[in-house]
Ligand binder design. Sequence first.
Ligand code: GAL
Length: 756
Amino acid sequence: MRLTTTLGTLALLVSAAAVQGAGQTAGRTLIELPHARFAIGDDPARAQPGFDDSQWAELSTLANYEKQGFPDYDGYSWYRIHVRIPASLKASVRWPQRLHMYLSSIDDVDQTYLNGVKIGETGQFPDDPQGYATRWNALRDYYVDVATGLVHWDADNVIAVRVYDGSGGGGFYRDMPTLGMAEIVDGLQLDTARSRIEYQPTSFSARLKWVNTFPVALTGKMDYDVYDAVAGKVQRHASAPFSVGANAESELAVEAPQRAGIELRFRFTETRTGAATETVYHAPYLLTPAESPRPQINGALVLGARAGSPVYYRIAATGKAPLAYAVGALPAGLSFDADAGVISGKAPAAGEYRLALEVRNALGKAQRTLTLRVGDQLALTPPMGWNSWNAYGLAVDADKVRAVADAMIATGLAAHGWTYINIDDGWESAARAADGTISSNSKFPDMPGLSSYLHERGLRFGIYSSPGPLTCGRFLGSIDHERQDADTYAKWGIDYLKYDLCSYETLMPKQPALADHQAPYRLMGAALAAQPRDIVFSLCQYGNAEVWKWGGEVRGNSWRTTGDIEDSWHSTKEIIDSQHLSAPYTKPGHWNDPDMLVVGEVGWGGALHPSRLTPDEQYSHISLWSLLAAPLLLGNELTRLDAFTRNLLVNDEVIAVDQDPRGLAARRAWNQDDWQIWVRELADGRHAVGIFNFGEQFRTLKIAGLVPELGAGAALRDLWRQRPLAPLTDNSNVGVPAHGVLLVAVGIAGAASDGK
Ligand code: GAL
């Protein structure tokens, strides 16, 4: 389809523009690429410079093609950008060896050619030997060695981009693609994933790993400031010679205080060219105190089940090993494995049962009541666990899932209530059996075996499908087989289904009525309800038609309120900014799901990297999700859990906010000047209050009276640090780092009311 013929493809020359991305020097000449020619379909000839694209549509590169006249198109397409590259570009840098092509993000996969020669590829196409892997949210930074002669200076060049879109938005989006010259230092990157970080009580030390991705040795010096954002000043300056070989790496030992607001501001200057690159490292700091050696029972203390359904409940408990578990008042039909601390069996008749949990060790005992509510409600507290998508994308397989389950226990996360192990997209076989039964593909040779593996460990097993013919990753969906698939899931021992709209969207009327939105979920909801086991139903349709108002009506237990999250502050904050709309609809068994957690190492099936959220952004992320009573589903490579991420995920007082049995979400009670205060009523009569500083600097705020719950005299407890703060006075000032949070409990806990 041709949209316009009048707009020639424009490439703008911008002088001294600011450049994106870390590790680059401002003040360099950039050529902006705001437009491209576009056509759907696929043909290798389109890579060639001489190909005739004069009849193609002219699109902006700043938004998906769906928004520019190609609604609902999934599959192959090509962009072609014609650009004159002036030789003067080379004069704008000191090392004119590499052309830098920044192509922003391309949804989902791309292969990029310059003048007919492939110069970059991100993600995997469906016909790749490894199978399809989307990298819709990766930034594309491609470098072209000018010595290859590929760049036509002072002449026309054609950048041709072959795109494959699996579902949803497709093609270029995000920000301005640009061309410019790289400096010799641009290949230098801080690799925090492989840096060794050690935490002492008040300081941290790290051997930071720097990687040079360019084939040229770098010699120079590294300057760094230890900047204290709380004090607003540089605490210390250090400078040392620093070199790193061609395509090699080097370590740099650093030490800094371990507390909020510490930034290490690096500047590497290369001797020969004088070019410099700057990197800011937000130093991690641990807030959750070390686990007590005394026994402690953690996690959800209210469990919903339907009569006769299988029950699995792992007592989440910490304390110095060995721990001895006991359960009193166990209803008939349930049994208890005292070694594993797992209650299992069949749920008794409808009613409320109060089980006496006890955990002992040499230092003492802990006792708590588990309320088993047998009726028609599941997921009485938000599901907590792990989902494969953000780590492995479509590359998930059974061995990885088993390893994650082992890690869930070995890291101690299960002892804090993390129990679901959910496979996302990518497990389905290419075709159904002759009788229509769905089966798993060769990556999952034995679903019932995997299910037993998880259940024996007291973990729960989740799976994924779509109401359409295909899932978002183009595997088989459940259309016309809803009941059959639900039967299969029950046979396999599935405890949780994520049901993702994907291709069903194209079957819906152009202007869907509410009933059209509900129909596919109603169908699967009924099919799950007919099973002889409890399967938590998680709706994924990105919040369409205000699903929070009707998700419960179609038997949903949770529903996504947003599109997909990414490990960027932009994405996380965008999600945060819409959650006040759905929050009031939260109640036990009916949870808003602002998407999975982006902490730890994530990668969506591509190279894993540590979350790009700063430590403070991660504290805000977990705090807000807990205030919202959101499902807490990790999406990281759990077999490589670093100390910071583990510490972030084992805070029982923060988790208790998420799992609070009253099941009310926080309200956004105050929103001014980039400050937000969220207030959640807790079952014990206290309020959990998150004071978020969404500004760009460390700031202080006088909090008394800003919301009714913050009245002078109120008792305050810092939940991350697990210690009381001085009672609130009219002058109480709290300091919160940029994008960070102070999460407190306000008031005095009344009579314990677990399960109320
Ligand atoms: C998306 C969904 C993601 C993931 C993916 C799998 O639509 O929002 O969470 O499930 O599909 O293909």
